[in-house]
Design a protein around this ligand. Structure first.
Ligand code: FAD
Length: 317
């Protein structure tokens, strides 16, 4: 079977859950191989082997991490060319990765589908499910030209272990001068909250304008659930929460098992980032709030009353 290349998302060799999800998807459509960018492949190998990577292509070239996006596309192109028989390239959805995937598609003259929620083998090719128009439509498509390049949203598929060899295959790369057009000069480490990564979390509790700027009940509820904290754009624009926590069309797209919207009206741009969540709960004091059209469970009430009670109830459970 042809190889399915999975770009590994990692921090210093610590492989993120999305990579296990993408390797699980890759096994449905071909032979999974990981693409590892960086020098810490030995730290990553056991987890990549655990989730079925037969090979791990390693691009250990500082230019790829020192410059913005373009060298990453060149690295992926080099791996595709070295691998030869490639059925698809799967990339975890993020701003950077989507740009790299688009550049790769141009280089390979291939079709690209972004923000996939499901990827399955089909009679006409690899069938990709995605939503369009801020979640108003669900559509299925296949790439009809070249090697399908697909960016996949996190939390779309439960990772399933399947031990494989994870044979390391070095890939030589000389990054072109044109790709080295924008250098990263400083990286500021994010403050550690101790909470899970927003796009990877199984549970997300988000706060909106209804918090009035006091996120403490939202954070306390998130902490008893082991959840990540999200925010609406209104809350972010008001300076109450960082943009890195914004959920929606111009923020992050999340698809957790459980999404709890607190004091959020449910504007279409917010829905665009969360409506593929498996179970949606809202707490809002306005029973007419549009978010209630979307929810599995709704609580009409003041979040400052409801959330502390819910937090205590979870603690006792
Ligand atoms: P509001 O709409 O003001 O809603 C606040 C809600 O809180 C109300 O329903 C109210 O009943 C409820 N409430 C008030 N007090 C309480 C209380 N004590 N307890 C319980 N409920 C209470 N928005 C995003 O979120 N993400 C995006 O990525 C995004 N991108 C955008 C892109 C564009 C181009 C544009 C034009 C807009 C975008 N927006 C985005 C903004 C979006 O249109 C809304 O303005 C925003 O989502 C509203 O945030 P909110 O629900 O927190 O505030």
């Amino acid at each position: 079977m042809a190889e399915v290349l999975v770009l590994v998302d990692h921090t210093d060799g610590a492989v993120k859950k999305t990579s296990a999800e993408l390797l699980t998807i890759a096994r449905r459509i071909g032979t999974p191989s990981a693409v590892f960018i960086g020098s810490q492949v030995e730290a990553a190998r056991p987890r990549l082997a655990q989730f079925g990577a037969e090979k791990v292509y390693v691009v250990d070239n500082a230019d790829v991490t020192d410059y913005l996006v373009a060298p990453l596309a060149e690295a992926l192109e080099a791996v595709v060319k070295q691998a030869g028989d490639v059925a698809a390239v799967l990339v975890p959805t993020s701003g950077t990765n989507k740009e790299a995937a688009a550049r790769l598609a141009v280089k390979l003259e291939s079709g690209l589908i972004t923000d996939a929620q499901d990827v399955q083998p089909g009679d006409d090719g690899i069938v990709v499910t995605q939503t369009a128009f801020a979640g108003g439509y669900t559509l299925q498509g296949v790439v009809t030209q070249g090697t399908p390049i697909i960016t996949v949203k996190p939390n779309t598929t439960p990772p399933q272990a399947s031990q494989a060899g994870a044979q390391v295959v070095p890939v030589e790369l000389t990054v072109s001068d044109t790709a080295k057009s924008a250098k990263i000069t400083e990286v500021q480490e994010k403050k550690k909250s101790g909470r899970p990564e927003l796009t990877e979390a199984a549970i997300v509790v988000s706060g909106g304008r209804g918090t009035g700027g006091d996120f403490s009940p939202v954070e306390s509820f998130a902490d008893v659930l082991g959840a990540a904290v999200g925010a609406s754009r209104a809350a972010v624009d008001a300076g109450w929460y960082p943009h890195s926590n914004q959920v929606g069309q111009t923020g992050k797209q999340v698809s957790p098992q459980l999404y709890v919207a607190c004091g959020i009206s449910g504007a279409i741009q917010h829905r665009a980032g969360m409506q593929t969540s498996k179970t949606i709960v809202a707490v809002n004091k306005d029973e007419e709030a549009p978010i209630f059209e979307l929810v599995d469970f709704g609580v009409v009430g003041d979040l400052f009353n409801v959330l502390p009670q819910a937090t205590e109830a979870v603690k006792k459970a």
